[in-house]
Design a protein around this ligand. Sequence first.
Ligand SMILES: *[C@@H]1O[C@H](CO)[C@@H](O)[C@H](O)[C@H]1NC(C)=O
Ligand SMILES: *[C@@H]1O[C@H](CO)[C@@H](O)[C@H](O)[C@H]1NC(C)=O
Ligand SMILES: *[C@@H]1O[C@H](CO)[C@@H](O)[C@H](O)[C@H]1NC(C)=O
Length: 434
Amino acid sequence: MKTYVILFIFLQCLLQDLCSASDSFPRGVHIAFVGPSSIAISFYTRSDAPSALPWVLIAEQNYTGTTTKSVSRYHHDVIVSDLKAGESYEYEVGVGGSSVNGFSYSPIDISSSNFKVAFVGDMGVNNSAATISALMKKHSDYSWIHHVGDISYADDASVKIEPSSGSGYDEVYDLFQDSLQDITSSTPYMVSPGNHDVTCRVTSDLGCPKQQRNFSAFRQRWRMPSIESGASTVEHHNVWYSYRVGNVHFVSIDTESDFPNAPTKPTTKIGGGAGGGFGDQLSWLKSDLQAANSDPTIDYIVAMGHRVFYSSSLTDWPLNAVKHVSSAFEPIFKDFNVDLYICGHKHFYERGSPAYNNKPVERGLVQIVNGAAGCNEGVQGEGKGKGHHLIVKGNYEDTGYGELEVREGEMVWRYVLSEGGGVDDEVVIKSKRS
Ligand SMILES: *[C@@H]1O[C@H](CO)[C@@H](O)[C@H](O)[C@H]1NC(C)=O
Ligand SMILES: *[C@@H]1O[C@H](CO)[C@@H](O)[C@H](O)[C@H]1NC(C)=O
Ligand SMILES: *[C@@H]1O[C@H](CO)[C@@H](O)[C@H](O)[C@H]1NC(C)=O
């Protein structure tokens, strides 16, 4: 009898990658801001989690956390609090008796108005080596990194345009988080949802298990401060939230669901999956921005999201997505004086002149398309759309990422080439509050 059981497990092992059932090491360790002196430390394990609590040992304290399960992964989050800026902390992460140590983190002074942030967009496991190695070298200069959607491109594995295919959805996403661990275990990594973050198949929900639909991987693998910023009471909401660093209010929006005519709806059948129903995003956004705009200690408001309002390339799926996204968000950004909108979706770099409603206007919103960090779909050529007259700088050849520097009284945006590190664009962003 026993022999049969062992033989059965062995066959399953060969067939389904269950051989790793004995491997419960924490992987893909990453940090996110959740409060002025707190961070979430998150990681995944391939097996063995529910019988044991995830934990983080830091500053001689053992913090325990929570676990969610997807099809074949356990995702863990441990909230660590009372960290002091300027200190350097070593930490160890574990699940039960299985642990990894040697990580370190030095919290930034969240009240300082001198810092640099990196922005990446549309970054997958392929064609991203130059960007990832640039960030490996430079991440300690950045107080954190924000990814404006389309994370890993694991959903492309289903249509075999992901060259790591042969691997499934979770395996590709694992590779992505593993390859960033040396960066994300010491530099916080914040994320906004993109169209590739909706479901496990880029084509549709068809053939995608229920547990991998409706932004599940995006919500389980990351832990953003949605609860802490009053955006939701739901654990792992993640899809919209805000955070403050120094004199800047940062707000992350969901351009995929939960506004009128959003690209992803509960009824979406093709070109993505069904999703949304996380709450009233626009009401939250208005109240969040209203508070930031009337706070005299805030000098700048920066918004991050995935889809563009303006671009040389306006072709999109679903048709008219650009119009629906800009009509939902742009008037709110105008009403509450948002200074800068950083997005991606188009796999190139474009900086727009200050604009509103497709026209250049003096105190308009500066929009930056920063979607060329590198992915299997490649860097995209210049489009021939109507948005041309608004573009003041474009790059349609190189992979790159954005750098935002805030120094006493000034904010500077740069576009940095991943190969060679040259600065391809630089502009001072004017505050609408001065
Ligand atoms: C931290 O606490 C967890 C849960 O009680 C425990 O399993 C783990 O061994 C502890 N870690 C250390 C290093 O003491
Ligand atoms: C895509 O990425 C995977 C995972 O790193 C790798 O195995 C594969 O060789 C890559 N393909 C190309 C064409 O770079
Ligand atoms: C997606 O998840 C949210 C939160 O759990 C839920 O309210 C919503 O109904 C789900 N949407 C779909 C299309 O399943």
